[in-house]
Design a protein around this ligand. Sequence first.
Ligand code: PEP
Length: 248
Amino acid sequence: MRKNIIMGNWKMHFTIEETEEFLNSLLPKVKNAKTEVVVCPPFTSLALSSNILKGSNVKLGAQNVHFEEKGAFTGEISPNMLKNLGVSYIIIGHSERRMYFGETDETVNKKIHMCLKHKFNPVLCVGESLEEKESNNMEKVLTRQIEKAFFNISEEDAKKVVIAYEPIWAIGTGKTATSFDADNIISFIRKVISGIYNKEVSENIVMLYGGSVKPNTIKEQMSMENIDGALVGGASIVVEDFERIVNF
Ligand code: PEP
């Protein structure tokens, strides 16, 4: 039985004060959630969030990590720094990082290795652009992203990776994939995983859909066979919306 996860990616939003206000308002509203609930604040809010979340049912995630243990990497954050703060999940290879910050399939693979070494659950983001979708290259792109991300990852470790299917054309645009399409594509991703490993691994990996998830789309999305949860951007920084998504 796979876990259900609703994860909020705050991106570059919320100061310390805003973080405190948001979490104090959210926690009582989601305390009876039936899914795992995760928030991924920016790095500057992780320490405070870690304190506020203690004793609650909400887990802490980070939006990125560096693939080296330590060293001269100005501006980067190491796995140990995150471990120390009680982070459980780390988003890896978000399309915004691939697009604007030079993240490649190779750095994604290195980061997944580092996450697993430090016993985090990496949340691997994959997804096609509109151009790739319209030129019928979606399956090719997804296969490449997944094969490269899982390069040299053992069967046992592969099961700890969460995959978020996030079509780039649906992120922050208000356009969402239909639940039927998202389910079909995630089923295709399971087949790719099964080809790399086996059916048992592919059936054990938690797979999320992300891309303009809103309170009015979540119920149907969660009813689909292959979709185990959601990675939520815009709606995760509005208490009322995120609460309704979590308590769908
Ligand atoms: C995201 O950033 O992962 C995301 C899915 O954003 P949004 O929900 O705003 O489309």
